[in-house]
Ligand binder design. Sequence first.
Ligand code: MHF
Ligand code: KIV
Ligand code: MG
Length: 262
Amino acid sequence: MKTVSEFRKSKSKEKISIVTCYDYWSARIIDESDIDAALVGDSLAMVIHGYETTVNADIDLMALHTSAVKRGITNKLIIADMPFLAHRRGKDKLIENAGKLIKAGAQALKIEGGDQDTIDSIRYLIDSGIPVMGHLGLTPQSVHKFGGFKLRGKEKEEADFIIESAGKLEAAGCFGIVLEMVPSQIAKEVTEQISIPTIGIGAGMYMDGQVLVLHDMLGFNKDFSPKFLRKYMDGYSSIMDAVNAYSRDVKNGNFPNKNESY
Ligand SMILES: Nc1nc(=O)c2c([nH]1)NC[C@@H]1CN(c3ccc(C(=O)N[C@@H](CCC(=O)O)C(=O)O)cc3)CN21
Ligand SMILES: CC(C)C(=O)C(=O)O
Ligand SMILES: [Mg+2]
């Protein structure tokens, strides 16, 4: 899938598969895979740079990774996260920051939140020609407000906020909405009530598509095993075995051999 309009048309036709992509080498793989779209997620602050939360991602870091991804992707939709506070410094900053990610190679942006300010910013970007995806439920940039990366929308008040915000994001012109860490029944209600695709992470099966952090589903993060995650590879052990085999060969004098020499 190459475009936002193809993305929109997928609703109730074919499920949409998305993974995060932060760099050139994984972009090359994703580009030739069956995955529909690549998300340059602000989770890269944690996964790639080792920060404790996503609040340390800033616009220049996001643009740097987006440009690396862009150089590796020819066939897929590229969506980039607007980082913490990047859309909250007035219209000028909003446009400047959004422009940086689009010029770096993103075709669309994802913005966390369902408050009126965020909705207004999203509408302004869409009017400016920039497709935007919403993000509700656990919005990790608000981790300090929430007090951790926990399930959202358990209580009726917050569930209502998620459902109402989804309607507002659709009305503002979003081409899709990510729902993160919300009960399946709430996610189902949202999916049924709006006519744009819903993409889930920890939001259950009643979604139009799913997104996972690539490193998580490859099992690179040994100690990260939330309930929603399915690991398709034991990447941590595979890499450990490979680097140790190489180290052993070097120390034994088995690498390089004659064929590997000039
Ligand atoms: N590598 C990575 N993967 C992610 O999915 C991800 C990030 N980083 N960073 C940003 C957010 C944070 N996310 C998280 C982080 C932790 C849990 C977690 O610990 N979940 C447990 C406990 C849930 C609870 O206490 O309610 C779980 O079993 O789901 C979930 C999502 C999802 N996002
Ligand atoms: C997990 C997805 C939805 C995300 O926002 C990220 O990777 O930053
Ligand atoms: Mg994110």
